[in-house]
Design a protein around this ligand. Sequence first.
Ligand code: SF4
Length: 214
Amino acid sequence: MYKKEKADRAEKVALLLQKENPAPKTELTHVNEYQLAIAVMLSAQTTDKKVNQVTPALFAKYPDWEALASADTDEVAGLIRQVNFHKGKAQRIVAAARTVLSLYDGMLPHDMLQLMKLPGVARKSANVIMQELWGIAEGIVVDTHVSRISQRLGLTSQKDPKKIEEDLMSLLPKKYWRNFSGSAVLHGRYVCTARNPKCGECVLNGICPSAHKI
Ligand code: SF4
C-alpha cells in the first residue's frame, strides 16, 4: 500500500477511535503522580487488573517516593508478588524512587528522556506517564494491544514496538497521538481482542483489511 493511502487510513482509524473514546484514561488506579508512575512500572507484561489488586497495600505501606526509597526490596516484592516478574519490579521501583529523589528533587521530570533514566521506565512507560499526567504526547504508546491492532489494520508490518511507534508517528499527525494512544489500547483490550476479535461490532470494520478474517 502506498504511504499516502496508509496515512489516510491511519487518520480515519484515529478519528473513529476518537469518536469511540473521546477522552480515554488509563485503567490503572491512582490518585497522584507517584502512584501512577509506580503502577505503570508494575504493569509491564501484567494486566492493569492485577496491578490494581496489589497497589492499595503497596501504597498504604509506602505512600510516597521517600517511603519507597527506604523500603526493603524483599518486603516490596512480597506485597506485589501477584504481578509477573515481581522480584525484578520490586528492585526497580525502589531504585526508581531513589533516583527521583537524588536526580529530580522528588518530582517526576516532564521530559521523556529524563523519565527514561528511571529504572523500570522504558519508552512505552514514559509515554504513558507523560500523556496521563500532563497530557504531553511526545510519542505514541505501543503496548501489546496497539501492536496487534496496528498490524491488523495494515498500518505497520513491524513487530518491534519501537518500530511500530515510528511507523504510526510517521502516518499520524501529532494532534492525534494523545487520543490514539489511549483509545487504541482500550479498543484492543475490549474489541479487537487477541482471540475472537469482535469485528461485527467494531467501528473500524469498514476500513479494516482483517475484518472477519481472524
Ligand atoms: S474489524 Fe476486527 S480485526 Fe479489524 S480492528 Fe476491528 S475487531 Fe480488529
